[in-house]
Design a protein around this ligand. Structure first.
Ligand code: GAR
Length: 190
């Protein structure tokens, strides 16, 4: 049976598309049951609509606390019998409610070689720091910012001629291969 996947995203959705394409090409034995977004106008919503994938908009500000918002989210995820959660550019910290419900079942992708350059601007921060290499990390999610146990990592060389645009292009190209491949490995080991 394909693994029942939820993807959480806040932005463009290129990793969402990479995962959906890997599934369509039989490279990943999963099914995206639902896309969870915190911004209904994020371009990723259109990517889901094109594929007839349901979208759940979690309106954090409608809840008194993040824990209550996550409790509502858990109820929604349980409707879809979600087994695995992949964060793909979801720019919010996950708290205990969700972590306790899905222990070791929430995965994130980050555009740097963690623990270096966590946060929202991993690509820019690595370039600004003038390091010679950066990369992509896939890790389990914990309650910190890009801080859980690392599952997979791959490096990208920063050339002296690189700009934000050229470096981001290299990083995203690697993400789109590494994320589906890592999810496929995790799923096959279950
Ligand atoms: C990706 O580069 C991902 O690694 C990053 O957000 C981007 C989302 O792009 N995540 C983080 O920075 C997490 N701290 P996408 O919407 O095109 O998939």
């Amino acid at each position: 049976m394909p693994t029942r996947l939820a993807i959480f995203a806040s932005g463009t959705g290129s990793n969402f598309v990479a995962i959906a394409d890997a599934i369509a090409n039989d490279q990943l034995d999963a099914q995206i049951e639902v896309l969870v977004v915190d911004k209904i106008n994020a371009p990723v919503v259109q990517r889901a609509a094109e594929r007839n994938i349901p979208v759940f908009h979690l309106k954090y500000k409608d809840f008194a606390t993040k824990e209550l918002a996550e409790a509502a989210l858990v109820t929604e995820l349980q409707k879809y019998a979600v087994e695995l959660i992949a964060l793909a550019g979801f720019m919010r910290i996950i708290t205990g409610t969700l972590l306790a419900t899905y222990p070791n079942k929430i995965i994130n992708i980050h555009p740097s070689l963690l623990p270096a350059f966590p946060g929202r601007h991993g690509i820019d921060d690595a370039l600004a720091a003038q390091v010679s290499q950066t990369g992509v990390t896939i890790h389990y999610v914990d309650s910190g910012i890009d801080s859980g146990t690392i599952i997979a990592q791959q490096a990208v060389t920063i050339e002296p001629t690189d700009t934000i645009t050229t470096l981001a292009t290299k990083i995203h190209a690697l993400e789109h291969v590494l994320y589906p491949a890592t999810l496929a490995k995790l799923i096959s080991h279950n």
